[in-house]
Design a protein around this ligand. Structure first.
Ligand SMILES: C[S@@+](CC[C@H](N)C(=O)[O-])C[C@H]1O[C@@H](n2cnc3c(N)ncnc32)[C@H](O)[C@@H]1O
Length: 478
């Protein structure tokens, strides 16, 4: 089974996107939404909503929660929140390994695919790349990825510039490479196991990714493909009459990610500044499809990663000074894309900004087509970041402030079935009745819960030499 890593609001209660509270009726909706988000506190999933899940999932629920009362539940939720956030560091270390193997900003040596590791080790290419990375960490210049990794090494007690620094850094990088290589073997075995199963006819089975990444670090990787799947899904929802014109006003993106360098060599680039795509791509899609009205669309960006949140805050600061946000959109023509994806790539951003000259990729990437689009400051300012762990927390929103649409792709696959049930409960608490969650994972529905899988959009991904399907499930709040 191949899991492409990235396969992948109707208004308030009155349905017209006008905020319900009189005191802010006169403010533009985007500002009103930002205000209400600021005012909204975070809260842990209530024990009342967790109890039925604990009863129904006795086998999957953690042993410490057997017979738990409300204070024990809250104590567990706090501990789990910390444990979840701690997984971000391992994701960062994985990114260091991805940069070692595929980065081009600190070295001219050939890139190393994971399956070519032994050969690269024998030929000396691996050692040369490690040496170049360590040299880069000692003198990072203004390379933001190297600067970040330097801080990461410092947090591990390693100073690349100290006398012993180069040796310690090299050992640390190689140890992490070995860990990641082992982990990939385990994941490949898991995928082969899933592959051996008879494929069921049910399209929803495409969402069964079985908590595939539940024991790995939390990655921030992101790219164009999940946004393509979401646009195709929203076209489908519009055609079916599930979503109507101008209906969407309040949206949340859970876990937009940050493109540092992808784990998948085919889309691993570090020649442009780190970027996030999903909030801007979603805005673009909603306007393109007429599902939302320009200037009447507010997006809450919910994440636990300080890097993601800081990145968006920084973009907003620049937008407040009227500077847009530039997205680089590379396309390797040697890797076939279906025509619909190429059409999406060509249009991406045209409702949220305008084309600018793209950064030229380094020579090593022959045959690349590139685009870049500058997202307008008003669009950036419509995106409001907030720290939230969707597994154990939700925003405490007044009924009139709840979301019409929540998008979360390539996030729930990092959690086990019990955590997924909790996440579904938290999503439900933030959606208005009839509101939708779009995700590329099947989530366990509690009998007591209010979110139900209402349908699945299957997005064919047929290109010469490749035929897979991406799928997005739509969960509707009862
Ligand atoms: C692999 S990235 C996916 C990015 C993007 N959605 C996509 O599909 O390309 C996962 C994102 O989810 C965020 N994330 C992971 N666990 C989370 C949690 N419990 N609550 C909120 N955000 C979470 C990560 O920080 C990261 O931004």
């Amino acid at each position: 089974m191949s899991f492409p890593e990235h396969p992948n609001t109707p208004g308030g209660p009155n349905g017209n996107g006008v905020h319900g509270r009189a005191r802010i009726l006169t403010l533009p909706l985007v500002l009103a939404a930002a205000l209400s988000l600021l005012a909204a506190g975070r809260e842990f999933t209530s024990f009342d909503s967790v109890k039925p899940i604990l009863n129904a999932q006795r086998a999957q629920a953690p042993a410490e929660l057997k017979g738990a009362d409300a204070p024990q539940w809250l104590a567990w939720a706090r501990r789990r929140d910390q444990a979840i956030r701690a997984r971000l560091e391992q994701g960062d270390l994985d990114s260091m390994v991805n940069l070692l193997l595929s980065g081009t900003s600190f070295t001219q040596r050939p890139r190393i695919p994971m399956e070519g590791l032994t050969e690269a080790s024998k030929s000396g290419v691996l050692k040369a790349r490690v040496d170049d990375l360590v040299a880069g960490l000692r003198s990072p210049g203004d390379n933001e990825r190297l600067l970040f990794l330097r801080r990461l090494l410092h947090s591990q007690g390693i100073d690349p510039e100290a006398a012993e620094g180069p040796r310690q850094s090299g050992v640390f990088i190689l140890k992490n490479l070995l860990r990641v290589a082992e982990e990939r073997k385990t994941l490949a075995a898991r995928a082969a196991e899933v592959d051996r199963r008879e494929p069921p006819d049910d399209p929803a089975s495409l969402l069964d990714r079985s908590s595939f990444f539940q024991d790995r670090g939390l990655s921030l990787d992101t790219g164009i493909i999940p946004n393509f799947s979401i646009e195709q899904t929203m076209r489908d929802l519009k055609a079916r009459g599930v979503l109507r014109e101008g209906q969407v006003a309040r949206v949340a993106v859970i876990g937009p990610g940050l493109d540092f360098i992808d784990k998948n060599e085919a889309s691993a680039y570090d020649y442009y500044p780190q970027q996030t795509l999903q909030p801007f791509a979603l805005y673009d899609t909603l306007i393109r499809l007429g599902l939302a009205k320009p200037n009447a669309l507010a997006l809450s960006i919910l994440d636990i990663s300080p890097r993601v949140l800081e990145h968006i805050r920084h973009a907003r600061e620049r937008a407040a000074k009227n500077t847009g946000y530039v997205l680089q959109l590379p396309r390797d023509v040697a890797r076939p894309w279906p025509p619909a994806l190429i059409a999406y790539w060509r249009a991406l951003g045209d409702r949220a900004g305008s084309d600018v000259a793209p950064i030229r990729p380094p020579e090593i990437f022959g045959g690349m087509e590139t685009r870049a689009v500058r997202i307008r400051p008003d669009v950036v300012l419509a995106c409001d970041p907030a720290d939230l762990d969707i597994v154990v927390e939700h925003l405490d929103l007044a009924a009139a402030d709840r979301f019409d649409l929540i998008v979360g792709t390539n996030i729930f696959v990092y959690y086990d079935a019990f955590e997924q049930s909790l996440a579904l409960e938290n999503v439900a608490a933030m959606l208005r009745p009839g509101g939708l969650l779009l995700t590329n994972d099947r989530l366990p529905e509690a009998a007591s819960g209010s979110l139900r899988l209402a349908g699945v959009t299957v997005v064919p991904f047929d290109a010469p030499g490749a035929s897979v399907h991406l799928a997005v499930g739509w969960y509707r709040k009862q």
